[in-house]
Design a binder for this molecule. Sequence first.
Ligand SMILES: NC(=O)c1ccc[n+]([C@@H]2O[C@H](COP(=O)([O-])OP(=O)(O)OC[C@H]3O[C@@H](n4cnc5c(N)ncnc54)[C@H](O)[C@@H]3O)[C@@H](O)[C@H]2O)c1
Length: 414
Amino acid sequence: MDLHEALRTRTARVGVIGLGHTGLPLAVALAEAGFSVVGVDVDDERLARLAAGERVSPDVAPERAIALIERGRLSVSSHRAAVDDADVLVLALPTPLGADGQPDPAALFDEVARLSPKTGALLLNVSTSHPGTTRALASSFEARGRSIGRALFVACSPERLDPGNRVHSVENTPRLVGGVTAACAAAAKSLCSAFAPVVEVRSPEIAEAAKLLENSFRAVNLAFVNEFARGCRALGLDVRQVVDAAATLPHGFMRFDPGPGVGGHCIPVDPHYWVAAVRRAGVDAPLLALSQAINAEVPSWVGAEVEERLAGQGKSLVGAEILLSGVAYKRGVADVRNSPAEGLLAFLEARGAVVSFDDPHVPVWRGRSRVEGAPYWRWDAVVVVTDHLEVDHRRMAEEARLVVDARGALASAH
Ligand SMILES: NC(=O)c1ccc[n+]([C@@H]2O[C@H](COP(=O)([O-])OP(=O)(O)OC[C@H]3O[C@@H](n4cnc5c(N)ncnc54)[C@H](O)[C@@H]3O)[C@@H](O)[C@H]2O)c1
């Protein structure tokens, strides 16, 4: 049976490489759409927790994954050989920054160098990377004698999932699809339309650049609103009242709320892929680069506010006991990658503060265990870094000696 027929009848076997924050929800969506899915991940512990029915993703209820595993629709493996005979290979691999702060898509390229998809298979890249990545992956197969668009179909459909979002999911968020050839695009469209609305774009580069535009747009606007918030504080204005007021404009304004800084795998990372890509092409992107620099600085502004408000109570940060309420980078998730809590911790500890944390989603962070259920008056200051819904912010407001609320959580708790 050819690939199109296998996709149409959902008899195609799909291998998802990387079962992380994006790969697992995608594997589940594909399995629920009727495909037989094998997920491969190098993280044995994650696979064991998944198979044991533990929650490893904010977007996949354990019962959902277990039901698919029990019905034989989804299986997981730590061996790449498990996807050797797959008709479709989905690459959901990390594309982080390296130690030098520069884009490091090596996991993607290294994996592709090791892969040997069967003839007639579709390779779908859903990882975020610079424009040209998917075509370069295709070229590496071409160099190994594969004819792209005939013996191998290669396309890009960047993942646009917003982890923890209960309204917009993998299944109802339109998927951009761009193929290296028209036949590649058709195959990818056939796969993706089985579980989500599809928007075909002219090339993989358009899809890749669109994904970077989306996250760069957020990065710039978050930098701006946080810079604006700092200005409001200096002027003695409540920035949240200002944002609420501006948001009544029915045209030309899009609401962004100030916070303790950006985090996760996307906003602190993806814009650097764009900046580096255009720089290689001889063009600078100073606005985006500056936004990223501002975003990196925001946690220290929160730290400075803690220092200033403690000083207002005649206290110093030296020896002060500080509780970070939330260390995940955003509400409802356990993801602490690049969390603004890190920058804040560094700021506070460098000035001699003793820092604890509580987070209903994170039992252990940076070598310390979660402090749970203690009365808030125990600390000299409590900083709301993450506004998890499980946290009783009303009790916090009543009990704490000082709250620095970087999320506006206390106002919404009243
Ligand atoms: N996290 C998000 O919110 C989000 C949203 C949209 C897009 N993305 C993009 O999706 C891609 C994946 O990000 P993520 O957040 O899912 O990362 P992740 O770290 O959560 O997941 C990646 C998984 O791949 C596994 N892995 C690494 N190398 C492997 C290999 N060689 N073989 C098999 N498994 C391997 C890791 O163990 C991990 O479980 C990135 O490009 C990211 O930018 C992420």
